[in-house]
Ligand binder design. Sequence first.
Ligand code: FEO
Length: 408
Amino acid sequence: MEVVRNITQDTVWVGGGDVRLALFENMFPLENGVSYNSFLISDEKTALVDTVDESVGRRFIENIKASLNGRSLDYLIINHMEPDHCANIEEICRLFPKVQIVGNKKTFQMIQQFYDMDISGRTLEVKDGDSLSLGTHTLRFIFAPMVHWPEVMFTYDDYDKILFSADAFGTFGGYTGNLFSDEVDYEEVYFNEARRYYTNIVGKYGVQVQAALKKMSAMDIRMICPLHGPILRGDGMQRILDKYALWSSYQPEERGVLLTYASMYGNTENAVQLLANLLAQNGVKNIRVYDVSKTHFSTIVADAFRFSHLVFASPTYNLRLYSAMENVIGDLAALNFQNREVSVIGNGSWAPAAGKIMVNKLSEMKDMRFIGEALEIKSALKKDQYPEMENLAKAISASVLCADENRV
Ligand code: FEO
């Protein structure tokens, strides 16, 4: 049976959720699945805003049929062509042969790339800023290229003041029944996952997200409907907008230290634990310690965006970095990560290289500032290196605790 809900008088949520999915994009672990949002606007004309992943396609079609209540579908608006949202285009076109597909030039190119369907004569190509009247509701299309993919656009309903925002402002986490951010403790249930979602999925495109935020700042928005997760409104909406402003400009959210290490036999781990211990004794409160072999890189990436100071520690492996550490630092570089205070601890038993490699890789990222001397361990930390460790801890603590109001 259909599971639908009116979000305004004329607009119905017709999406679904998949709690069985273990890995988003076959890569990112999901504790509690993910939801796929889609919305049906019924006016003089009817319009469906995006579709869903094929895993929830059957329910989705049931939801649409029930919500249309015998009417036909006039428009299918495609804000984003990634398959977690567009898997049902062919089925929608089969069920509603007269439906017009609304998208931009890149949207239609991608439809042809992904699917073997003839869309000639059934497309309505829009340009940035174009409008489409449904009767009472007028929809405006706002291009947001690379807020996740190049074809992405937002759709703004100027009657209800709703922004349908594609992937932007979404989160991991399945459908819970509480469809709105103010119906649930968003902070507890979703916020960390919203950060992990943004930083890993869209994090690379900070410049483009800033451009989209600028366009949005001139609009009267009462509700944001992302493609994943709760619909945002009220204080919760503003809080996420504020966080997006920080994340997309690569500003940390809070002062604190994220220590990420690789360790084969516990010796590099021991050095990191000693450093964390000294930091805490120096008064640093916000400390996270992650083992790259234990904690998924997406969680480390999310906390790297969160905290002001990062420490990386790794043994040398085949004259390179331990591969999981190479992956984490490489991923941060690929995400265009920048603007942090960083410190490094390298370990090596006969040809130490890890410390130097990490310094080089971090130096290639924009606005990375090194705090303290890079510490080199030979196999295991020895008592005669304690003063060096103390100095490193002092330098990091002083930097974290400094009262520079120009920095977070
Ligand atoms: Fe949720 Fe970029 O797709």
